[in-house]
Write a protein that binds this ligand. Structure first.
Ligand SMILES: Nc1ncnc2c1ncn2[C@@H]1O[C@H](COP(=O)(O)OP(=O)(O)OP(=O)(O)O)[C@@H](O)[C@H]1O
Ligand SMILES: CC(=O)N[C@H]1[C@@H]2OC[C@@H](O2)[C@@H](O)[C@@H]1O[C@H](C)C(=O)O
Length: 409
């Protein structure tokens, strides 16, 4: 199938879209990929929504309004991808949605939850759970926590005329898994035929790691902060959304005691599998508040790398391949190279597209979902057994087929 994957990550910078031809096990072709940036105003409102999310429901006006805008930007991304690949007719869309809250098992919300507030408790009091097939309702706070991605799959399906697979993480969390990371099975599919142990490290807003072992087993977890803290710090001190090319960090010096204080966060003492909310380390910005802008940036770049280096691994990788926006930051890449054994290289060395990988992943996972194949494993998210996931919404399909010339599945 030709699957368009859509990922709007924790950096809140926009929607990544990519087209892959896949059977959910192998990838046969990589089509075009692109990013549709969020307008600055939407990015600001999304950032505010993260703080509000524990107190909101899926019917809150603030959520509905932003969800509609976010969905329509995804629809625009689908249109652009289809226009860029007229010969690769899309069969399905994998729609991740925008994560606004991630609070699965205890490892993901160390003491105090977000910014010291107990996000999940407040959410539980305010969240009547009404099932909804086409949007992810604000997920109920079950015994295993919850994860919430906004996005209206029915609206996206109707506007694109394509079946849409969405809500990839809820089943995992409901089964007692972390709900993240989900990219490991895609990384493993791309690594097929390469000798392990080898690591793929995604440095997005949050960072996550996939280890393919010497015997081919897959192991994964979130490692710690990616760029999100540094983005917030840079925004606060320079008014820019991120530390372009690590220029601010390059002018600073890592402050050892602050780095040690940041590494004292309970997330690092918890064993994998574990995953993170974008705001899990937000209190860390106050811990380094007295540093100047450049030293703070240098310390945060080092924090991202130190967190990776301290991740307890079952095998030591012979090489580290880095994807996500953090690989564009020389301060982060240098800090990783300093701390990790083995070469640290961008995934472009493998012929992969490091800015499109997550979007491709959700196209791949959409096909796995349609085929009833697992999206997660005990060693990737902590689910008890390999687990399926995702929901299918077909609002764009008539009895005569797809509205915009798609193929009948
Ligand atoms: N030239 C650059 N220099 C420094 N940092 C950069 C550069 N380009 C991108 N980045 C960083 O990468 C971030 C975006 O990364 P990416 O798109 O991988 O995140 P995401 O997909 O939103 O997050 P996640 O993987 O957590 O869901 C930006 O916010 C910025 O911090
Ligand atoms: C809840 C959520 O959206 N998590 C993201 C985030 O961004 C990076 C890291 O944290 C990872 O766990 C995950 O995304 C990737 C695509 C994943 O699931 O593999």
């Amino acid at each position: 199938m030709n699957a368009i994957g859509l990922m709007s990550g924790t950096s809140l910078d926009g929607v990544d879209a990519a087209l892959v031809r896949t059977d959910g096990a192998c990838v046969f072709a990589h089509g075009p990929s692109l990013t549709v940036p969020y307008p600055p105003g939407l990015r600001t409102r999304l950032r505010a929504l993260l703080d509000e999310a524990p107190h909101l429901t899926a019917q809150s006006a603030q959520v509905l309004e932003i969800e509609r805008e976010v969905t329509d930007i995804h629809a625009q991304a689908v249109r652009l991808i289809r226009a860029a690949a007229p010969d690769m007719v899309a069969d399905v869309v994998g729609f991740h949605g925008q994560t606004i809250l991630h609070a699965p098992g205890p490892a993901a919300r160390p003491e105090g939850g977000r910014d010291g507030a107990h996000a999940c408790e407040s959410a539980r009091e305010q969240s009547p759970a009404t099932p909804c097939a086409a949007r992810q309702d604000e997920p109920p706070m079950g015994q295993h926590g919850r994860t919430w991605q906004i996005g209206d799959a029915a609206r996206l399906s109707a506007s694109t005329g394509l079946p849409v697979v969405h809500d990839f993480r809820s089943a995992d969390v409901q089964a007692g898994g972390q709900g993240a990371p989900l990219a490991p099975l895609y990384h493993a599919a791309l690594l097929q035929g390469r000798p392990g142990p080898v690591a793929v490290l995604n440095i997005g807003g949050v960072a996550n790691l996939t280890l393919l072992g010497a015997t081919g087993h897959v192991w994964a977890c979130d490692t710690g902060p990616g760029n999100a803290l540094l983005d917030d710090w840079t925004q606060r001190h320079t008014g820019q959304p991120y530390d372009r090319d690590g220029a601010l960090a390059a002018r600073g010096t890592v402050h050892g005691p602050s780095l040690a204080a940041l590494m004292a966060h309970p997330f690092f003492a918890a064993p994998p599998p574990k995953s993170l909310d974008r705001l899990s380390f937000h209190a860390g910005l106050e811990q380094i508040a007295r540093l100047d802008a450049a030293d703070g940036a240098a310390t945060l770049a080092a924090f991202t790398a130190e967190a990776v280096a301290r991740t307890p691994l079952p095998e030591q990788p012979g090489a580290w391949y880095v994807c996500g926006g953090g690989r564009h930051n020389p301060a982060i890449m240098a800090a990783l190279a300093q701390r990790l054994a083995g070469p640290v290289r961008p995934v472009e060395d493998l012929g992969w597209k490091g800015d499109a990988l997550e979007a491709e992943c959700f196209g791949f996972l959409a096909v796995r979902s349609l085929r009833g194949l697992p999206l997660s494993l005990p060693a990737t998210t902590g689910v008890p057994t390999p687990l399926r996931g995702g929901q299918l919404t077909c609002a764009g399909i008539t009895p005569w087929g797809m509205r915009e010339g798609g193929r009948i599945l």
